[in-house]
Unconditional design. Structure first.
Length: 144
């Protein structure tokens, strides 16, 4: 029974990652990522993609203080969320920030915006005070 469950987990992982066309990014000394990575320096930029490609947004996050990133994508089906993961800092120091890695996939051609907000979920958002990540996506159809 455990083998069957393990096979389903493995198959699900393969199906999830198979949907992203893998593209290596230049290594910055820390090893290459399987998908191109966008960081805080990309806030407010325009990202061109082709349908089927994935991108990862990697930003600092410190959930021990209550602050977490929440990403919003439009409901029009142009992009979809693939996965979100928190990477704790090395040494697991209490209170030290880690990295939020959120991966999304371009589903079809079009133009849309992704919004990320870094806040405490229980606090009321104050306009102009919350840290935001805004990214405009331009998605081209798959070339044949």
């Amino acid at each position: 029974m455990k083998r069957i469950a393990a096979c389903f987990v493995l198959a699900g992982s393969l199906i999830l990652t198979a949907g992203c066309r893998m593209a290596e990014t230049p290594s910055s000394g820390q090893g290459a990522s399987p998908v191109p990575v966008l960081t805080e320096k990309d806030f407010g930029s325009v990202c061109r993609m082709t349908a089927g490609e994935c991108r990862m947004i990697r930003v600092r996050e410190n959930p021990t203080t209550g602050y977490c990133w929440k990403f919003f994508i439009p409901a029009d089906g142009i992009v979809e969320s693939v996965k979100s993961d928190f990477k704790a800092p090395d040494g697991r120091l209490c209170g030290a920030p880690g990295m939020r890695e959120w991966t999304f996939r371009a589903v079809r051609s079009g133009r849309c915006e992704i919004l990320g907000i870094y806040s405490r979920p229980w606090e009321k958002l104050q306009p102009g005070k919350a840290q935001k990540f805004l990214l405009t996506l331009v998605i081209d159809p798959v070339s044949r």
